[in-house]
Design a protein around this ligand. Structure first.
Ligand SMILES: Cc1cc2nc3c(=O)[nH]c(=O)nc-3n(C[C@H](O)[C@H](O)[C@H](O)COP(=O)(O)OP(=O)(O)OC[C@H]3O[C@@H](n4cnc5c(N)ncnc54)[C@H](O)[C@@H]3O)c2cc1C
Length: 481
């Protein structure tokens, strides 16, 4: 039957499209359904366009500090907002076009429309209710459309959307979600960011570097609440120096709107109320899974706190139905979605030795200035888990490469199990740490001990040398500090 597949995947984000490619590689007849934009949130409204904006901000920052490198720039360097946003959107288009190409190359059928499960092995695709994102690269000419499709296995990869707090719902004009924050028509003079998780703090960092007066309100006692407390405190000091205003243990209780500004009522740490007026506000209080209107209730597919419940291999409680990526719960990260996709498909295909997802080994990166990256347990979590720990620290200020780069503010911190020497966690703040963290991810995956890390030779001069120094420091043997 033309409409019958081995695997149908709903959603073409990093979870969905990677699942489709892996399924096709394993010889399974595969189709992917998408209603809005190939490549999902990550490439269109998440990971990639934000990094494009942050790159423009970084270059502006360098240009403004050219003098520190012995360079004179004639005239003033000013951001051209339309061009900055245009570059970011162009990159998103290139990315969604790339996924179209990959689907064609792997002979995966694209079905354009809104999918709903009608049985464990059947979906109905209707005309999409969402207008295609602009710009959307042209769809392959042979893309399929509305109809009923069957598959032996159906993988739900419908992703997530911004969470809203009751009474403080984004309106797209004065209160933005990440969608509007990515495509500002004009630069606000002042901005309030509610929430200091990765999304909130990346936007705070972008807008601050662009010269906007930024205030961040965070309900928890530290910025980037999932990060190690020491790393978070270090990053906050840098944000403070950059002129970002940060209120911790503070809560936005109400927002009043004027014609072209908002006034937020904020309850501060000491229980007092204060008001903050800003041109725009970004609501960055998390995301929630897209679990509605896809037929979960009728099939009895279990959900919990807005996400589909799965085992370590993406299986739901209904045989033949799987879920991966953001819709299957935290951490809501693209690389988690991709890895979950591979595990799920390999299990479907019956491959031997498929390892269940180990969430402790998923790195997390935040691309603010300074960058933050981590994997494994924070020092506090390691202690909570009953480990006796050894902690190593190494400052950027003692690393030759960091000094040569003019980036001497940062820290690498490692947490070991005192008894066994096993690396439990690694945490970094500073330039390029999002590129460095992978060294520790590999180490943790191989269950490396302190001794093996100390025997590893790191090239000089590199920022990565600080990783080894941090390990040495945990054992009282740091050489350069
Ligand atoms: C501003 C921002 C920055 C981010 N930065 C990073 C980062 O730096 N690193 C990182 O790892 N993660 C980042 N993320 C998170 C990352 O984008 C997500 O974790 C990732 O996109 C999840 O992939 P997914 O495949 O689960 O879902 P998504 O990428 O959300 O894709 C789901 C797709 O399913 C489609 N869909 C939904 N319902 C249906 C339906 N019924 N029928 C057909 N199609 C449907 C949607 O249109 C969408 O295209 C960021 C997110 C945001 C918002």
């Amino acid at each position: 039957m033309a409409n019958a597949y081995d695997v149908i995947i709903i959603g073409s984000g990093p979870g969905g499209y990677i699942a489709a490619i892996r399924a096709a590689q394993l010889g399974l007849k595969t189709a992917i359904v998408e209603r809005e934009h190939l490549a999902g949130i990550c490439s269109n409204w998440g990971c990639i366009p934000t990094k494009a904006l942050l790159r423009s901000a970084e270059i502006l920052h360098f240009a403004e500090h050219a003098k520190n490198y012995g360079l004179t720039l004639e005239g003033t360097v000013k951001p051209d907002l339309k061009a900055v946003v245009g570059r970011s959107r162009g990159i998103a288009e290139r990315m969604n076009g790339g996924v179209g190409f990959l689907m064609k190359k792997n002979k995966v059928d694209i079905i354009w429309g809104e999918a709903k499960l009608t049985k464990a092995n059947e979906i109905v695709v209707t005309k999409t209710t969402k207008p295609p994102m602009q710009p959307q690269a042209p769809l392959p000419k042979n893309a399929l459309g509305e109809g009923t499709y069957t598959a032996k296995h159906i993988v739900i990869a419908t992703g997530a959307r911004p969470r809203a707090l009751p009474g403080i719902e984004p309106d797209g004009k004065l209160i933005w979600t990440y969608f509007e924050a990515l495509v500002p028509q004009e630069m606000p003079k002042s901005l309030l960011v509610m929430g200091s998780g990765a999304i909130g703090i990346e936007f705070a960092s972008f807008y601050r570097t662009m010269g906007v007066d930024v205030t961040v309100v965070e309900v928890l006692p530290q910025v980037m609440p999932v990060e190690d407390a020491e790393i978070s405190a270090f990053a906050k000091k840098q944000f403070d120096k950059q002129g970002m205003k940060i209120l911790l243990e503070a809560k936005v209780t109400k927002v009043e709107k004027a014609a072209n500004s908002i006034t937020a009522h904020v309850q501060t740490k000491d229980g007092k109320m204060q008001t903050i007026t800003a041109d725009r506000m970004i609501s960055a209080v998390g995301v929630q899974g897209n679990i509605e209107n896809i037929g979960l209730e009728a099939l009895g597919i279990k959900t919990e706190r807005g996400c589909i419940v799965i085992d370590g291999y993406g299986k739901t409680n209904v045989p033949g139905v799987y879920a991966i990526g953001d819709v299957a719960g935290p951490p809501m990260l693209a690389h988690k979605a991709e890895h979950e996709a591979v595990i799920c498909i390999e299990k479907i295909a019956g491959l031997p030795n498929v390892h269940a997802m180990d969430k402790l080994k998923i790195p997390g990166c935040t691309y603010c200035n300074p960058q933050v990256a981590s994997v494994g347990l924070t020092e506090a979590k390691a202690k909570e888990a009953g480990f006796e720990v050894r902690v190593g620290r190494f400052p950027f200020v003692a690393n030759g490469k960091a000094i040569a780069l003019g980036e001497d503010q940062g820290m690498v911190k490692t947490v070991f199990d005192k008894k066994t020497g096993q690396l439990l966690g690694a945490h970094m703040v500073g330039a390029e740490v999002t590129e460095l963290i992978q060294g520790f991810v590999v180490a943790m995956n191989l269950e490396t001990t302190e001794e093996e890390l100390m025997h590893t030779i790191f090239p000089h001069p590199t920022l990565s040398e600080m990783m080894k120094e941090s390990v040495l420091d945990a054992y009282g043997r740091a050489l350069n500090a």
